[in-house]
Design a protein around this ligand. Structure first.
Ligand code: 6R9
Length: 662
């Protein structure tokens, strides 16, 4: 297939590359022109009530709502409610309501880790229903009731989706903890949401390795005396320890329960789940999402943003441990009755063709992944892509971090053969669903730009003082009004919710991201403006990393910053000051890397540790992060004003040490 010409059309300013949707794509798209998009967007923000009332029809309600929206962004009194009198069940919408028409349609194609030893499995909507009902009955039989929080620590196996949907079915909010997190991270999350029920597996598998999930869980539970039951799913059959009276096997329980289970009627504003995410300070926050608005928003964005049509095979490569997996593997696509690939594997196992082999094997039409995966595959060489067919692909998507234009072009030309629009979707755990993205049939794409707001979303760029910027500008990204998928609170800490998101710029939701808006009104996300790193699309707070490091008994002080990393986007750079009588050594460096890995998880492993006798600080004792960020990036020339430092000599020392390292 020929590569489509890069066009710079007269309608767009500047010399940037612009990739308009092709006529053939537009002819079948839900939204087929810029005019149509703009008209719909305008209507959605001029009269949000009628827009969101109409869109709520897409889901099934047991009892109708009256009020569409009841929101206050008043900084000390934030309250967000959508469809507040409505009664529904998220699992009913994702599963049961499809049974009349699509009982035999595949819901999930489970593609296991190793394609050479295990077959893909097709799970129909009828089978999904049976599995979820049985799972829900296991939870009920073991004492889980509406409102109880259930922690899920599972690999990417179908039971993870059954577990989430079973919780939704009985009205028990789930808290999924990514299976790559350490025992400490798991116990923190269990304790914070006071869960007494944990679901895990014996082991997970990733490429050629196994992950000792049950062992991690056992370790975590030493700190969680209130956990009464651990339901264990067998994945590998590996040896595990067993605590009688607490641990139960999923496969044994299955034969004791029946395959019918009523869906609990839930209020639109009842919690659906809690998902922890890193903030700029302290421990991760329990982001709480509720039922009605989340179902409307995830299913609507799934349909429009990916131009999803009946019969499409959709594949989001995320893990259900992240928000992307919640919204675009479990809830959004299932509510739309989609067929999806559910992928346990990794992009480079057995080799770097794996993703494209799976695309061919299951005729995937819509493919959604992270820039870090694209960059990693790009480095392996074109031959791994070129030897595959990929002609089934129609739309490509990215999420999690900005995509650099070079990786964008490779994705567009090599993976998509120059014929698939790329939707660069900006959103957050907190937003529940996609907020800024080019709609693929309507909005011409610019490599690296998240582009235009979704319906109902009103981005506002402000300066640090909160002044709204007009036209082409750069500043902090805020959102002016609420949308149905928005988080409702930080679990058990509404104060933190208000302080984090609504206090900086009163009357607006503060995203924590910086952005630029160009002459065409396109949004370009420039990265976090707070102390949160984005490593391979995963958010990690520098405060969490620093407290893990200082917990080590030879460390006096630590400061962590991000630095540009070719594959991960951002890497982790830690400055460590040791206690007075401790000498720096390679062994200690390795030990600290390992220490952080064990305390948070492999994704948090520092790439560099620089030992330093002291850190640049202001006279009031604040670490000058601007300076240590530049030094970590190897940018020594333009350090800006260092006159406020307590001891400017420290900077020279840091630079010399840094130069000695690479
Ligand atoms: C969905 C998800 C959110 C943070 C967000 C931003 C970054 C996400 C992006 C992007 C540039 C995109 N981010 N998508 N930056 N372009 N298309 O990733 O949620 O894990 O909460 O991360 O990720 O910095 O604030 P989450």
């Amino acid at each position: 297939m020929a590569e489509q010409d890069t066009k710079v059309t007269a309608a767009y300013s500047g010399n940037e590359e612009v990739y308009p949707p092709s006529d053939s794509f537009r002819s079948k798209a839900h939204v087929a022109s810029m005019e149509e998009y703009e008209e719909m967007w305008q209507r959605s923000v001029d009269d949000p009530e009628s827009f969101w009332r109409e869109k709520a029809d897409r889901i099934d309600w047991f009892e109708p709502f009256e009020t569409v929206k009841n929101v206050s962004y008043e900084p000390r009194n934030v309250s967000i409610k959508w469809y507040e009198e409505g009664v529904l069940n998220a699992c009913y919408n994702a599963v049961d309501r499809h049974l009349d028409e699509r009982a035999d349609q595949t819901a999930f194609i489970y593609e296991p880790n190793d394609p050479n030893t295990e077959e893909a499995q097709h799970i129909t909507y009828a089978e999904l229903h049976e599995n979820v009902c049985k799972f829900a009955n296991i939870l009920k039989k073991n004492g889980v009731k509406k409102g109880d929080r259930v922690t899920i620590y599972l690999p990417m196996i179908p039971a993870a989706a059954y577990a989430m949907l079973a919780c939704a079915r009985i009205g028990a909010p789930h808290s999924v903890v990514f299976a790559g997190f350490s025992p400490d991270s798991l116990s923190d999350r269990i304790l914070d949401c006071e869960s007494t029920f944990l679901i895990t597996a014996d082991e997970g598998v990733r490429a050629t390795k196994t992950v000792p999930l049950k062992e991690n869980a056992d370790q975590a539970l030493e700190k969680c005396p209130d956990v009464e039951t651990v339901l264990v799913v067998q994945r590998t059959g590996g040896d595990i320890d067993w605590t009688e009276g607490r641990d139960i096997w999923y496969h044994e329980e299955l034969s004791t329960v029946d395959a019918e289970c009523e869906c609990e009627p839930m209020n639109a504003e009842d919690p659906l789940f809690i998902l922890y995410t890193s903030g700029s300070t302290g421990k991760p926050k329990g982001v709480l999402h509720t039922t009605g608005g989340y179902c409307v928003f995830t299913s609507l964005t799934h349909e429009y943003v990916f131009d999803y049509h009946e019969g499409d095979v959709f594949w989001c490569t995320a893990d259900v441990g992240w928000i992307t997996g919640h919204s675009y593997i479990v809830y959004g696509p299932l509510i739309n009755g989609a067929t999806q690939v559910f992928f346990e594997g990794t992009p480079t196992y057995p080799d770097a063709s794996r993703l494209w082999d799976v695309v061919d094997k299951h005729d995937v039409n819509i493919f959604y992944t992270a820039p870090t995966a694209i960059r990693a595959l790009m480095r392996q060489g074109d031959e791994y892509v070129e030897k595959t067919d990929r002609s089934s692909l129609r739309v490509l998507g990215t999420v999690g971090e900005p995509i650099n234009p070079e990786a964008w072009r490779w994705y567009y030309n090599k993976v998509g053969n120059g014929k698939c629009p790329i939707v660069d979707t900006w959103w957050q755990t907190e937003t529940g669903g996609i907020m800024i993205t080019p709609l693929p049939g309507a909005v011409a794409q610019k490599p690296g730009a998240a582009s235009k707001p979704f319906f109902g979303i009103q981005p506002e760029v402000v300066d640090n003082a909160g002044n709204i910027q007009e036209g082409a500008c750069e500043g902090v990204l805020t959102i002016a009004d609420s949308w149905p998928g928005q988080m409702r609170t930080v679990y058990k800490n509404h104060e933190r919710f208000q302080n984090t998101y609504f206090s900086q710029f009163p009357g607006k939701y503060f995203t924590g991201d910086g952005c630029r808006r160009d002459e065409d009104g396109y949004y370009w996300i420039t990265g976090r403006v707070d102390d949160v790193l984005n490593v391979s699309g995963h958010r990690i707070g520098t405060a969490e990393l620093e407290s893990a490091l200082v917990a080590h008994d030879q460390v006096a002080e630590a400061a962590v910053v991000g630095f540009p990393h070719e594959v991960k986007g951002q890497g982790i750079y830690a400055y460590v000051t040791l206690l007075k009588d401790v000498d720096p050594s390679e062994e200690l460096r390795d030990e600290l890397v390992q220490y952080v890995r064990e305390h948070i998880g492999p994704i948090a492993k520092p790439d560099f540790i620089q030992f330093t006798p002291s850190l640049p600080k202001t006279r009031s004792g604040k670490i000058m992060r601007r300076i240590i960020r530049k030094i970590a990036a190897g940018e020594f020339d333009d350090l800006g004003d260092t006159s406020t430092l307590a001891d400017p000599g420290v900077v020279e020392e840091l630079i010399d040490e840094r130069k000695g390292m690479s």
